[in-house]
Ligand binder design. Structure first.
Ligand code: SF4
Ligand code: SF4
Ligand code: SF4
Ligand code: FES
Length: 947
């Protein structure tokens, strides 16, 4: 067996309060009722030979290798499908069983290429292992009869190969696709000897397959194998670490040959993913060693100068001298910093420490400003904690799932698979989204209610749901009386009961049929455990914080907070957006969300940091940019964030960056922001450093270094060196020391240490003496703030209005294969799934504009205009258009506006009034698609015609 294969019990371990006791090969064992004989034997250390069984899938019973004898029963039942029973006496080894198993194996091997020594799976093949385990020494049948030895390979998927000649038709891949991933892309086509695995009537690349890799993981042979393993061979050691893409925070084993990653295998004991993955984490890690990586520090006097490679020492000294010069000339507040939600907790902590203690101001912000800052605000006000309330496993206990402003199958795929499993098991689904997202209808899932609201009307819809709950007597009165502030509740109840909030009254405004809102509200309030999951479609609005509070109101009013299966759950975008916020990245909050004006907290930090912290909040990102345009803000240290591409109103961002005298960018690549930088400090990928990420469920996971930093320094080391160059001493030798400092200063992290994390795998904060193993569910007996606080959530329509010039509403989102601004995923084979951003437009809107599928169109708002290819689809409703923002060339944020959430300034990315029209400005398209061969080919005939 491979050194890195984890123990496999053969069938899933059941959870039951009842146990049964049986005897296996003379040994007695007790297991939870429902456990298979195979898993019970595993508990005793007896591995019964198997091929079609694995403990991540329901037993199937097709290979007949796991036969056993049971006293009092006829025949030789399959141990994987036979439940253990009280008093059972089982025999797993005797001559008869050995003969039968050898016979089964002989048949398999007789239709299998005997190329073990050159096979990519050699040493990691269960067929090979089982042949050895059953003692098969010779095969009596040759290849003379019918066989599959010459079946063709399917190499269409960029990451794995399907070699049909090696398939034993064990069905594990089909079941993995159904049970684990929930995509149902594979079937067994044909019958008997003809049966083969098939991804529909096409190849893998052209099929429904989303390249999650679950089938590859499940395959016991070399049939489904990673191309990297075929190319490089089997890994020789592995290191458990954490995915650096989305806020699900999946754990992986980085399987290595020396310093080379051979494959990323989802870690079975990962707290967030339990052995599952998506295409990004599992396969799209190649960006980390991409040739575009910048590995030498660079400096230039003016942004029009060419870059000059310099030593680390020179780059850091230059940045420090410039920051000193600017503060001397323009004041202590003339510079600031931005922490990264892509970097570790320890790195975010150091950047905010450098700004507060080294720069001497509170001008620090983070990219959460532009995504989930309303979550922090809204949940802090209502519940007392700026974070989601549940762990992911909680969804297994939900009876009603309300998904609002999120597209989990694309943006949080591993959690989506878990959610879909629960939905297939019978939970009810409400989707509130302007688009017909996949979840609304997918294999074996159909939303009970889809509320396709007009972008920008979340609050009106949630208030209408609250109206139904209050006026129809669906409030959980006892819960509210015991857990919430009653006076606040009563004024809220009067507010939402007002007829102007009735579903019928807001129907025209929201575009949602009143009956749908009423049905959804009744289901949410009365359907059992009801859980809300939401994303940026909630927060990136002018009323983002109001929407978060409106959801909190609904949950409190129906008693859906404080136990498993319920809650308010933000699906965080970036891998460490929760962590960067926890680490004090906002200008008004020190680590642990403590306000900078709190004297006692500041004194505590001053004592440890040797600082004199300022009590007034510093500048937010947008304030820094505004001040820069005004000439008062002159320098910035940006770690791992591309504000020129990801922040709204690009023209304004660029004007601000151009106005600054010292822009220091620390990143893996020369990103859009680096075009305006004076100092470039090479960053390090997640593979090159130790640290922690905190995912959407507050789970703190270890990130472990698997290779040395390509530029010689990990990001935390760079911040330490910059701080020391500035004259503010930092003396850390390892990120664990940084976490020790965080734990000493932050009560919710008091019990967190690298040692603890290594011992228990991961913990969810709060983790302290009261909760040494962390807190999966928040607000169990009481809200963190004491009584839950209902907030009045008046709906105020965004100032961004449609009109004759801009009659359509643009909303934005992500797709599965890509991640944010594409800096990572577009540097991998994932680009094959998304060669350009497209504009989704309803056929009615397209027809009235003379637009047909694939046309290049101008998309214009009052901020600017861009060119995109049109895709006609009924996924969007008439009047709404949609695009992604993964390609820098698309420049989506050129057209987003300066409107933002009233409380947090989170930009209103999700609502922009636009016009769409066909364009004949060929030059725009050619510039736009200059690096896109496919699009250029399509443009070529037009170019010829224009000449
Ligand atoms: S591809 Fe692999 S998992 Fe699927 S049926 Fe064939 S051998 Fe089994
Ligand atoms: S990679 Fe995932 S989606 Fe594709 S066939 Fe395999 S299990 Fe199904
Ligand atoms: S779901 Fe998110 S964390 Fe998990 S593998 Fe995919 S991108 Fe990584
Ligand atoms: S492992 Fe039991 S029948 Fe295949």
């Amino acid at each position: 067996m491979s050194l890195i294969t984890e123990l496999d019990y053969g069938t899933p371990i059941r959870v039951s309060e009842q146990t049964v006791t049986l005897t296996i090969d003379g040994l007695t064992v007790s297991v939870p009722a429902g456990t298979s004989v195979m898993a019970a034997a595993s508990r005793l250390g007896t591995q019964i030979p198997k091929l079609c069984a694995t403990d991540s899938l329901e037993p199937f019973g097709s290979c007949r290798l796991c036969l056993v004898e049971i006293d009092g029963r006829r025949g030789t039942p399959a141990s994987c499908t036979t439940p253990a029973e009280n008093g059972m006496v089982v025999h797993t080894q005797n001559d008869r069983l050995a003969r039968l198993r050898r016979g089964v194996m002989e048949l398999y091997i007789s239709d299998h290429p005997l190329d073990c020594l050159t096979c990519a799976a050699n040493g990691d093949c269960e067929l090979q292992d089982m042949a050895g385990a059953v003692g098969l020494r010779e095969v009596r049948y040759g290849y003379g009869g019918k066989n599959h030895i010459h079946d063709a390979k399917d190499e269409s998927n960029p990451y794995f190969t399907y070699d049909a000649s090696k398939c034993i038709v064990c069905n594990r891949c089909v079941r993995a696709c159904e049970e684990v991933q929930g995509t149902f892309a594979l079937t067994i086509a044909g019958r008997g000897f003809e049966s083969r695995v098939a991804p529909g009537n096409t190849d893998f690349f052209g099929s429904e397959c989303v390249s999650c890799g679950a089938c590859v993981q499940a395959c016991p042979t070399a049939t489904l194998t990673e191309k990297t393993v075929i190319e490089h061979g089997q890994p020789e050691h592995s290191v458990v670490t954490t995915c650096a893409y989305c806020g699900v925070g999946c754990s992986f084993k980085a399987e290595m040959q020396g310093n080379r990653v051979v494959r990323m295998t989802p870690y079975k004991h990962g707290g967030a993913n339990a052995g599952h993955s998506c295409v990004k984490g599992r396969f799209a890690y190649g960006y980390a060693t991409h040739k575009d990586r910048i590995t030498k520090p660079m400096v230039r006097a003016k942004i029009t100068d060419p870059w000059r490679e310099v030593s680390w020492q020179e780059a850091l000294a230059h940045a420090a001298a410039e920051f000193h010069r600017l503060q001397a000339a323009f004041g202590v507040d003339s510079i600031g910093g931005i922490t990264s939600s892509r970097c570790t907790n320890e790195e975010a902590y150091l950047v905010q420490k450098l700004v507060r203690a080294g720069f001497g101001n509170n001008n620090v912000d983070t990219c959460a400003r532009v995504c989930h800052s309303p979550t922090g605000y809204g949940l802090k006000v209502t519940f007392g904690t700026s974070a989601g309330t549940q762990d992911f496993a909680s969804v297994d206990k939900a009876d009603v799932i309300l998904v609002i402003g999120a597209n989990p199958t694309d943006a949080h795929p591993v959690f989506a698979s878990r959610m879909k499993r629960r939905l297939r098991a019978g939970a009810k689904l409400i989707v509130v989204d302007p688009r017909h997202i996949d979840l609304v209808r997918s294999p074996h899932i159909q939303a009970q209610h889809h509320l396709p609201l007009r972008p920008g009307t979340n609050v009106a819809v949630l208030n209408a749901m609250a109206h139904v709950i209050v006026t129809e007597g669906l409030v959980a009165e006892q819960y509210v009386r015991e857990r919430c502030d009653l006076a606040d509740f009563e004024s809220w109840a009067r507010f939402v009961a007002d007829p102007r909030h009735a579903p019928e009254a807001v129907e025209a405004q929201t575009g949602v049929a009143a009956a749908e809102i009423r049905g959804a509200a009744r289901l949410y309030a009365t359907g059992g455990n009801a859980a809300i999951y939401y994303g940026l479609g909630v927060t990136e609005h002018s009323q983002g914080s109001t929407t978060v509070m409106a959801m909190a109101n609904l949950a409190m009013a129906t008693g859906n907070i404080g136990r498993e299966g319920v809650g308010i759950n933000p699906l965080r975008g970036q891998n460490n957006v929760q962590g960067s916020c926890d680490m004090g990245s906002f200008p008004h909050e020190l680590p642990g969300y403590r306000h900078v004006s709190d004297d006692a907290t500041r004194e505590m930090f001053d004592a440890v940091w040797g600082s004199k912290l300022r009590p007034e909040p510093g500048l937010r990102i947008n304030n820094m940019l505004d001040e820069a345009v005004e000439g008062r803000f002159r320098g910035i240290y940006i770690q791992g964030e591309d504000i020129a591409q990801s922040d709204p109103n690009t023209h304004h961002v660029i004007a601000a960056l151009e106005a600054m005298e010292c822009v220091v960018v620390q990143d893996l690549f020369l990103n859009e922001t680096a075009k305006y930088a004076h100092v470039f400090l090479p960053g390090s990928s997640f593979l090159e450093k130790d640290g922690t990420f905190t995912n959407a469920e507050r789970r703190i996971n270890l990130v472990r270094k698997v290779m040395p930093p390509m530029a010689g320094m990990a990001d935390w080391e760079t911040t330490v060196a910059l701080s020391n160059a500035l004259g503010y001493r930092m003396n850390y030798t390892h990120p664990s020391e940084i976490m020790d400092e965080i734990a000493a200063l932050t009560p919710t992290f008091a019990g967190v240490s690298f040692k603890r994390l290594a011992e228990v795998g991961s913990v969810q904060w709060p983790c302290n003496d009261e909760a040494p193993l962390g807190t999966p569910t928040m607000h169990v007996d009481r809200f963190v703030r004491g009584s839950g606080k209902f907030m009045i959530t008046e709906y105020i329509a965004t100032e961004e209005r449609t009109g004759p010039r801009f009659p359509l509403l643009l909303t934005t989102g992500r797709i599965l294969s890509q991640y944010n601004v594409g800096a990572q995923t577009l540097r991998t084979e994932n680009i094959r799934w998304h060669q350009q951003d497209v504009l989704e437009i309803h056929p009615f809107d397209a027809e009235s504009r003379g637009i047909v599928e694939g046309d290049l169109v101008m998309l214009a708002s009052r901020s600017g205009e861009i060119a995109l290819a049109a895709h006609l689809t009924e996924r969007v409703q008439p009047g709404v258009v949609y695009t992604t923002f993964h390609h820098a060339k698309s420049g989506t944020n050129v057209i987003t506006t300066e409107f933002s959430d009233w409380a947090t300034n989170c930009p209103e990315y999700k609502v922009t009034a636009v016009q769409v029209r066909p364009t004949n400005r060929l030059a725009d398209w050619q510039e736009m698609f200059a690096e896109n061969e496919v699009a250029l080919k399509r443009i070529a005939p037009l170019a010829t015609a224009a000449e």
